[in-house]
Ligand binder design. Structure first.
Ligand SMILES: Cc1ncc(COP(=O)(O)O)c(C=O)c1O
Length: 427
């Protein structure tokens, strides 16, 4: 008796049995592992009543300081500044490298809106460039967008994938620009064996709950440059100038983006979980790819290429089909199979990851009519909904699946079965 291959079975969306028996666990890699160690770390801080990094009723090491040291070491950088969010890390990083009014920063058209808004927050303007099939900044389009007013390039390592850091750093050095890496979504990932965030002039991370490791809300910047560290730190801490013996003539004013000891205590425990999380996600993604690439190849479907496969944080498995209509149908069919899939761009759905929906940027809206970054720009800046067609085309045809570190081997075999079945039937 021959059994029908499961990939030939009826799709769940058409009334068949779902390939996957239960839905994926929630996709909060570090968040789902919060447990006794984080509890203990928080309680230790609470019991000490030392909730502020610089002082309290007891002497003692500060969790924020410990986090900065451990994070910098882990990522291969000399300095770190722990702050309240990834957005704050970007703002302090931009202040650190001296970006301000009149400057332009090249930002990919696909990133969370915090990247361009951080540029605007320091008085500079974001200039948008296309992403390529890796869904990270296309170095050649970045080069085409350079003007005499460009000060920095901001590669964003979206969905854990490294941007082309060799080409971007080479471009920046050749054109006398600085590089600020937005590493919010790619903790611990690497390019060419160097951890992301440590390759450009400054790297900025988020510890918000949705990220690979988390303390709910938080952020951190890293750099190898003492000047950038000092400037970033002075922006993050209004009193840093007096606290760190900075020469009077170098002191700058800042705002307070200081992380709390409670958040830092959680982040420190989570940092210890990072490499194991990456190992698990990398193994699951390797299996997903190996199990689906034959069908994908036969069907002419492009699995997202990766600039440095070994360095991918592997939080997502993405492939490109022929058209947005097929992507929508495939994602619906996968969800019916209990496989958490989605499309990455839908013009009708407000999504702050896609430049078309960056309302305050596209409208060049400042907080008051009297000024703001676009009025301080040294040339007319124009944004239009169709200015990055390649980015929209790629995102529109992309189907996205989370790669959950909590999945077991069976949990991976079932989605492979389901993906193959859906691709066979619908593409
Ligand atoms: C690419 C990217 N940049 C910046 C941020 C901002 O981080 P946060 O939410 O911690 O401010 C995020 C996350 O939200 C992000 O995904």
């Amino acid at each position: 008796m021959t059994t029908k291959p499961r990939s030939a079975e009826k799709l769940a969306i058409e009334g068949g049995t779902p390939a996957r028996q239960r839905p994926d666990p929630p996709m909060y890699p570090g968040g789902m592992l919060i447990g006794a160690e984080e509890e203990e770390a928080v309680l230790e801080v609470l019991r000490s009543k030392r909730l502020f990094r610089y002082y309290g009723p007891v002497e003692g090491p500060s969790k924020a300081e410990d986090l900065e040291r451990a994070f910098a070491d882990h990522m291969g950088a000399r300095y770190a500044v722990a702050v309240t969010s990834g957005t704050a890390a970007l703002i302090c990083g931009l202040q650190g490298i001296g970006v301000g009014p009149g400057d332009e920063v090249i930002v990919p058209a696909y990133t969370w809106i915090a990247s361009p808004l951080a540029v605007a927050a320091v008085g500079a303007v974001p200039v948008l460039a296309e992403v390529d099939e890796t869904l990270t900044l296309d170095p050649s389009d970045a080069e085409a967008k350079i003007t005499p007013f460009t000060k920095a390039i901001m590669p964003v390592h979206m969905r854990g994938l490294p941007a082309r850091m060799d080409a971007i750093v080479e471009l920046a050095r050749r054109r006398d620009l600085l590089v600020i890496e937005d590493t919010a979504q790619a903790d611990g990932a690497s390019f060419g064996s160097r951890r992301l965030g440590s390759i450009g002039d400054v790297g900025c991370f988020s510890l918000q709950f949705n990220k690979i490791i988390t303390c709910g809300e938080g952020g951190i910047l890293i750099t190898n440059d003492e000047e950038i560290w000092k400037r970033g730190m002075m922006h993050a801490d209004v009193a840093a100038g007096s606290r760190h013996n900075i020469p009077r003539e170098e002191i700058l004013g800042g705002v307070n983006y200081r992380i709390s000891e409670l958040q830092a205590a959680v982040a420190l425990v989570q940092l210890g979980r990072l490499d194991d999380l990456l190992t698990r996600m990398r193994e699951r993604k390797r299996m997903l790819k190996a199990g689906t690439e034959a069908v994908a190849r036969r069907k002419g479907i492009l699995i997202q290429p990766i600039n440095d496969e070994a360095g991918d944080a592997s939080v997502a498995f993405i492939f490109f089909v022929d058209s947005p209509a097929v992507a929508t149908r495939v994602a619906e069919a996968l969800r019916a199979e209990n496989i958490g899939a989605g499309v990455m761009y839908d013009p009708g759905r407000m999504d702050y990851h896609v430049y078309q929906h960056w309302v305050p940027v596209m409208a060049q809206r400042a907080w008051t009519p009297r000024g703001g970054p676009w009025r301080w720009a040294r040339r007319d800046i124009e944004y239009s909904p169709d200015m990055c067609p390649r980015t929209l085309d790629l995102l529109g045809r992309a189907v996205h699946l989370d790669v959950n570190p909590l999945l077991s081997n069976q949990d991976v075999e079932e989605p492979i079965e389901g993906i193959n079945r859906v691709l066979e039937a619908l593409t």
